[in-house]
Design a protein around this ligand. Structure first.
Ligand code: NAD
Ligand code: WQD
Length: 363
């Protein structure tokens, strides 16, 4: 494993110095923490570890060569505990990843999803405002576009959330937009991710979902390593070239670099801005299988089964707005995502197992 501390790069002087990362132990959050540490930020994490393990923090330290400033195991809805974090640290900006994200689970537990995702966000806003912190980068999702149809989707595409998870993200966006409208001291950057995938190239950090993976890339990786027997391809009768559904996969390293760039752009002025975060290129399920097979050097056994309820044929980002605004461009392709996800899976065949993971609510 590569444990050499990364070379530190100076951050622009206008950028915030101390960043509170909610959900910093999770898949995207852990990679974001390393990215920020590598660029000289002080990083404070709050995470209740409902879908992550504290074991990631020693791995972050091995990569970045220094530890995050502080880690608080708390639920962001615990207002007194969250307020105490802001009392203790002089936070300049917040990157808010903490949420529950399993679409299927959200249809069975809608109240929990609204409570955690929306209630968590308003609790965070209250604590920020009470402590004079008004700069936020928010994790939103392409899922709020619903079944928007064929072709790349830009930010003006009408939203049509089809499940409580997606709706919770849309409600958060509306709340954040209204807060910015009424409180001009707030700056919020909403990033609508398409399908983040891959892992840190060191193999130390990656995607390690609780239970059986819902998402394609971690499932394929577990088939490749032998933890799952076969992949089920959900439908090959979509109106796409090979009949399987198309998504816009974005390397998690590109995803978190965009967050670091976002922090630089919080200084652009108050108000809320919304950007799609995707590669702008679609890949079908069969193309992902082929790319992963090439990366791991073995076939991925699969069966074609019926469509998964709620899936749409195609979701691809028109990501030109963020490229224009911030000169941010993803640099890693599907082959790199598969290579890095496979590297993580090989080095961690049972994920972060061995750590004392707490049971989460995820199925
Ligand atoms: P993740 O589950 O790996 O990370 C979320 C982290 O938040 C976990 O560590 C979890 O323990 C923590 N958390 C959850 N509820 C909390 C609470 N109430 N208080 C404190 N911590 C809490 O998920 P991820 O893939 O890293 O996603 C990060 C964010 O990006 C989420 O907001 C998600 O909705 C959004 N998003 C993810 C994807 C994706 O495909 N991964 C796509 C679009 C948007
Ligand atoms: C991708 C494609 C599946 C698993 C989800 C959320 C979305 C966003 C991103 C958070 C689909 C197919 C999958 C499997 C398969 N997350 N598939 N066999 O559904 O595009 O988006 O993650 O915001 O909100 O809904 O991602 O990785 O689950 O699926 O054939 O075992 O792979 O049908 O076409 P999805 P995914």
């Amino acid at each position: 494993m590569n444990t050499r501390p990364a070379e530190r790069v100076a951050k622009p002087t206008s950028a915030p110095s101390t960043v509170l990362v909610t959900g910093g132990a999770g898949f995207i959050g852990s990679h974001a923490c390393v990215e920020l540490l590598d660029h000289g930020y002080e990083v404070i994490v709050v995470d209740d570890h409902s879908n992550s393990t504290p074991q990631v923090f020693s791995r972050m330290e091995r990569i970045a060569g220094r530890f995050v400033g502080a880690v608080y195991e708390l639920d962001i809805r615990d207002r007194p505990a969250l307020s105490a974090v802001f009392d203790r640290h002089s936070v300049d900006a917040v990157v808010h990843f903490a949420a529950h994200k399993a679409v299927g689970e959200s249809t069975r537990m809608p109240i929990d999803y609204y409570d955690i995702n929306v209630g968590g966000t308003t609790a965070l806003l209250s604590a920020m405002h009470a402590h004079g912190v008004h700069q936020l980068v928010f994790s939103s999702s392409c899922s709020l576009y619903g079944d928007a149809g064929h072709g790349p989707l830009d930010e003006a595409t009408p939203v049509a959330p089809t499940n409580p998870y997606a709706n919770s993200k849309w409600l958060c966006e509306q709340i954040l937009s209204d807060v910015c409208h009424r409180r001009p001291d707030f700056t919020v950057l909403c990033l609508r991710y398409f399908n983040p995938a891959g892992a840190h190239p060191s193999g130390l950090l990656g995607e390690d979902p609780c239970g059986t993976p819902d998402n394609l890339m971690p499932y394929v990786a577990q088939v490749a390593i032998g933890r799952q027997e076969r992949l089920r391809v959900f439908g090959d009768d979509y109106p796409t070239p090979d009949g399987t559904a198309i998504r816009d996969y974005l390397h998690v390293m590109d995803t978190v670099e965009a967050h670091r760039v976002a922090l630089d752009h919080l200084a652009d002025g108050p108000g809320m801005r919304v950007f799609n975060l995707g590669a702008g290129k679609g890949s079908s399920v069969l193309e992902v299988i082929a790319a992963f097979s090439a990366a791991c050097g073995r076939p991925i056994p699969y069966d074609v089964v019926g469509r998964r309820s709620g899936d749409v044929p195609e979701l691809v980002a028109d990501a030109r707005a963020v490229a224009r605004a911030w000169d941010w461009h993803p640099t890693r392709d599907l082959a790199a995502m598969c290579r890095d996800a496979w590297h993580f899976q090989q080095l961690n065949p049972h994920g972060y197992a061995g750590s004392a993971r707490r049971p989460g609510t995820k199925e």
